[in-house]
Design a protein around this ligand. Structure first.
Ligand code: SF4
Ligand code: SF4
Length: 322
């Protein structure tokens, strides 16, 4: 299960560790791999594969599907407003889609904590969104729907190009600060009687700007964008966004997930290069898999990048029970 306790702790900020127990079948595969001599030709091939991934030369099948999904969903809100067809009303944070109320889970929590009220449409919308993302994989919201994700991907690409030229340096923070932000934003909402998070949340800002037109809030988005280009890539999603963390928790029991098969993996870790949350892929490192088949942790955004780059097909989408 992708939401086992260890995966949840890793999502909250714990550093992933080698499993205490490795099942005998996995242990046998590890020993066979250790005993196998790798030829110079194989090493050269692996180095070439890694270089190609670094250079962005790999299949973009899942990336293209995701981008289509993000653009399509967000465009539907814009078109519905401008053409006034009322199919997608509101924004990505709170909406009515084909008549169904939808409300982002963490943003709803902020409203409840800040204003100490609960109204029926908010409950219906939040439960609907919870069930949808429980079925569709939690953080799949991030890479398949969230408009900020697309912007952060563009910022990351620029950052990597500048970093390759040594014009910028990557700065990392402890992943646990995202959990701290989750708690702090919640306490602030309760204490202030006002949702500070909803006022600075780039997801809502971009969604509203796409629908109603850009405003002064775009300055904040520009600051975040420049911060991610020049200082720390993916900073908002990795270290701040409590929405991402909430969707991660929502998807802990999801049947849709990425699974890893140990047997054919060459452990060249191409997947770590492209993954936004590489801590969930700790098991692909040599000797780290505790089982022959492993569910990738609940912080995974199901973006499919690792599926696209894996030369041995060891990472796959899977629906549990099918
Ligand atoms: S972490 Fe937050 S901002 Fe980033 S993609 Fe997910 S919901 Fe969007
Ligand atoms: S594990 Fe794979 S699918 Fe999940 S976030 Fe990383 S690259 Fe994307």
């Amino acid at each position: 299960m992708k939401g086992n306790l260890e995966a949840l702790m890793v999502m909250l900020g714990k550093t992933p560790k080698k499993p205490k127990e490795i099942v005998p079948t996995a242990q046998t595969i590890h020993l066979q791999k250790r005993a196998k001599k790798i030829t110079k030709a194989e090493i050269a091939k692996i180095k070439l594969e890694l270089q190609e991934v670094e250079d962005g030369k790999y299949s973009k099948k899942w990336r293209n599907r995701r981008w289509f999904s993000i653009i399509f969903i967000n465009l539907m809100f814009t078109l519905s407003f401008w053409v006034d067809v009322q199919l997608f009303e509101g924004s990505i944070i709170a909406s009515r889609v084909l008549g169904f109320h939808m409300a982002d889970i963490y943003s709803s929590l902020q409203v409840v904590l800040a204003y100490k009220i609960m109204f029926i449409n908010l409950i219906i919308g939040t439960v609907t969104v919870f069930v949808i993302w429980l079925l569709l994989g939690g953080r799949a919201f991030c890479s398949w729907v969230c408009p900020y994700h697309l912007l952060a991907e563009i910022a990351e690409k620029i950052h990597l190009k500048l970093a390759a030229k040594k014009w910028v340096t990557e700065h990392n923070f402890h992943r646990g600060v995202r959990t701290v932000f989750f708690v702090v934003f919640s306490l602030l909402a309760f204490g202030l009687g006002y949702s500070l998070f909803n006022s600075i949340n780039p997801v809502g800002m971009i969604s509203r700007a796409l629908i109603y037109g850009p405003g002064i809030a775009m300055i904040w988005i520009l600051i975040l964008f420049l911060f991610e280009v020049f200082y720390s890539r993916r900073a908002w999603c990795r270290y701040v966004c409590p929405m991402g963390l909430t969707y991660g928790l929502t998807g802990a029991l999801s049947p849709l997930q990425i699974t890893y098969q140990l047997s054919n993996c060459q452990h060249e870790t191409c997947c770590h290069i492209v993954c936004e949350v590489p801590h969930v892929l700790e098991c692909v490192k040599k000797g780290r898999a505790g089982n022959v088949k492993i569910d990738i942790g609940t912080d995974c955004t199901l973006c499919g990048a690792c599926v696209d780059v894996c030369p041995t097909g060891s990472l796959k989408f899977e629906i549990k029970g099918i």
